[in-house]
Design a protein around this ligand. Sequence first.
Ligand code: COA
Length: 205
Amino acid sequence: MAQFLNRLDYGRTEDSSLLKFYCIFQNSESGNIGTIQNMDIIVRNETPEDYKAIEEILCAAFPSDAESKVVNALRANGHATISLVAVGDGRILGHILFSPVHTHPPTPQKGLGLAPMAVHADFRSHGIGSQLIRAGLQACHDLQYDYCVVLGSPKYYGRFGFEKASTFNLQNEYGVDDEFMVTRFTTLPLGGLVKYSPEFAFFSV
Ligand SMILES: CC(C)(COP(=O)(O)OP(=O)(O)OC[C@H]1O[C@@H](n2cnc3c(N)ncnc32)[C@H](O)[C@@H]1OP(=O)(O)O)[C@@H](O)C(=O)NCCC(=O)NCCS
């Protein structure tokens, strides 16, 4: 698996509701952009030209097109806060999205939810998913969010600093405990029932 990563190049413009930033991870040993099977992998912000390829990756990775519909709806509603693609050899190989979450009762702390994420089946287990997560969490931090939640495998997401959310008094609507996790970017107190953006409920993801 690719070594991580000692620098994130990060730029953004203010002229769009979508963040316009790009990320280039550098391999900590070689100083080059992260490579996979001799292919350079760049993680950058999505552009409209990427939408079709992202849709194809999502529809192939999940049993239905629900995730793709959620992503389209999040974009349309301005809720695709961070949406990154992994590009290798000019192809979109993976995608990750972060959208706003809120708690009931509300708190001033700003949160994002990581979902969905997918990597092209032919390119899995080579660290692309990890690169997307690390780039996304760096962007969350840079954008001054307080926390990020995810629903998934503790074994996998634990690698990136996610911990059981109930430890920090965060509840979920999915009837799980260990699988609902949070990583914090500040030490401000958290608490309450976490609600994802309504697009997720609408498409039953
Ligand atoms: C999850 C996913 C994005 C990971 O992408 P990836 O590029 O293969 O990720 P990485 O290479 O960084 O990590 C691969 C590791 O994660 C593990 N992993 C992947 N999915 C996992 C899961 N659901 N539960 C536990 N471990 C998982 C793999 O076994 C592998 O382990 P290893 O490093 O010990 O070999 C990819 O498997 C995928 O697209 N899956 C289908 C869609 C999906 O389930 N998305 C997540 C929910 S939104």
